[in-house]
Ligand binder design. Structure first.
Ligand code: F0G
Length: 460
């Protein structure tokens, strides 16, 4: 008989989590102004808000913490991390940063000017935030198939290369300093980008003298999908494929809190010395000296170890299949989920789940609140709240997809807990027609509003 996959690790330490009552959760979420970010973690039973910084470090990573070198300059931890980054990504230069958005801040400080255009595939919200903060524009060139949640395409994160070339031709080249390709693509549902697509984007970038940046938070999961879905890669090693993928880029930004399985950290990988020197100046101002840039030595050690563990095939297989198992269970219950299943998360199509809630009343956020009230499960809205307002017109933006994301932390929850999650969402699905009111905004911040927004029931 064919053997199923099994986790290539065992559990050494456990952490208690708390179930609560429905009455308690109703009070807590009202007090939190219907914003799941405002909940205390003790008020959550299973936390699928994000897979970022929520992973379980290994015994080897914890032991690396004990031998960190905290020297201000030239720490051995810096060189250990440099070696790991070069081995896994091929980038010869790197700058540590405290997390992914800090890497974006430093790199965009060098590359972007007011009025610039940054094409890419559904930029993540902090990436877009850093672009728009500089009065530049992020142009989404994701393939149109990505906006159909039910359509099966193995690489739904791909860039529409014709659209990309049109954008480049229609604008002065001097206004397009870089293209950002996000692997896997979080915003369009944890969907991968194929090697062929990255190669083609790179060819176009080179043709017009534009830099290609990979937003690499979930690069290893992207590589796993290339290995298992793209012709010609099945027999190649994960790290071999990763090296090829990065070879097409000029730089990478990394949120190490995802695929490098650490709780905090990030970095920029850079090919050319000139860009490294320019970025170093901003790194020193914003993050810290270039050999620690926002990270302690022990954290750089744990990150180096995490990069190796996060690029092991057996680990990736169990991680991605745990997420897919959750997706299959939910599909069995009839829940409309985005397919193919994302690498790090399952996304529910909230427009299909709650067709009676108008887009102005935030169906995805409404659904996320109901899931919390029913089962103490915290997930995230990836819809109109997160899409924010147009920076120029200040009108609400309504993205094609209105999704609830159930992001699965790495090496943290059991399959029983995932079954519990699927059943809770299944119960909300059974009573879906009784959900008649959505939400309205009471207060919002001028940028990245979803983190701090205050909401109320729409009929209050
Ligand atoms: N790029 C992508 C694709 C991301 O998903 C994130 C973070 C970042 C950049 C920024 O990294 O958080 O370390 O500053 N995503 C988290 C999430 C927050 O929940 O998906 P960061």
């Amino acid at each position: 008989m064919e053997l199923p996959f099994a986790e290539p690790y065992k559990i050494k330490m456990v952490e208690k989590i708390y179930k609560s009552t429905r009455d308690q959760r109703e009070k807590w979420i009202t007090d939190a102004s219907y914003n799941l970010f405002n909940l205390k973690s003790e008020e959550v039973f299973i936390d699928l808000l994000t897979d970022s910084g929520t992973g379980a470090m290994s015994d080897k990573q914890w032991s690396e913490i004990m031998v960190g070198d905290e020297s201000y300059a030239g720490a051995s931890s810096y060189y250990k991390l440099k070696r790991a980054i070069t081995e896994i990504t091929g980038f010869g230069y790197f700058l540590p940063t405290h997390q992914g958005r800090a890497a974006e801040n430093v790199l965009f400080s060098v590359l972007l000017r007011e009025g610039d255009i940054v094409p890419g595939n559904a930029h993540f919200d902090t990436t877009k935030g850093h672009i728009e903060f500089r009065k530049a524009v992020a142009v989404d060139c994701t393939i149109k198939e990505a906006s159909d949640p039910a359509l099966i395409n193995p690489f739904k994160g791909n860039v529409d290369t014709e659209m990309l070339e049109d954008v480049i031709r229609e604008n002065p080249k001097s206004n397009i300093p870089c293209i950002v390709v996000t692997v896997t693509n979080n915003t369009s549902g944890g969907q991968p980008v194929s090697m062929a697509n990255i190669k083609e984007v790179s060819r176009i970038a080179k043709k017009y003298g534009i830099k290609l940046i990979l937003d690499s938070a979930r690069f290893a999961e992207n590589v796993y999908f290339i290995k298992t879905r793209e012709d010609g890669y099945a027999s190649k090693e994960i790290r071999e494929i990763a090296l090829e993928m990065f070879s097409y880029a000029d730089a990478m930004t990394m949120s190490s809190k995802k695929d490098a399985i650490v709780n905090m950290g990030g970095f920029i990988g850079i090919r050319e010395e000139d860009l490294f020197i320019k970025a170093s100046g901003f790194n020193i101002i914003y993050e810290g000296y270039i050999t620690y840039g926002g990270m302690s030595g022990r954290d750089m050690n744990a990150l180096a170890q995490g990069l190796y563990e996060g690029t092991e095939f057996d680990y990736l297989e169990s991680r991605i299949n745990q997420v897919a198992r959750l997706g299959s269970k939910m599909k069995e219950y009839g829940i409309p989920v985005l397919e193919p299943y994302g690498g790090h998360a399952i996304f529910i199509d909230a427009k299909k789940f709650l067709p009676q809630i108008p887009k102005e009343e935030f169906p995805a956020q409404t659904l996320a609140i109901e899931i919390y009230i029913d089962g103490g499960i915290r997930c995230a809205e990836i819809g109109a709240l997160m899409a924010d307002r147009d920076p120029v017109t200040r009108e609400n933006r309504y993205p094609a997809l209105e999704l609830v994301r159930l992001a699965v932390p790495r090496r943290v929850y059991s399959d029983n807990q995932m079954d519990f999650v699927a059943a809770v969402v299944g119960n909300v699905f059974i009573r879906r027609k009784s959900i008649s009111k959505g939400l309205k905004i009471k207060w919002e911040a001028p940028i990245l509003r979803h983190f701090t927004v205050k909401l109320d029931r729409s009929d209050v």
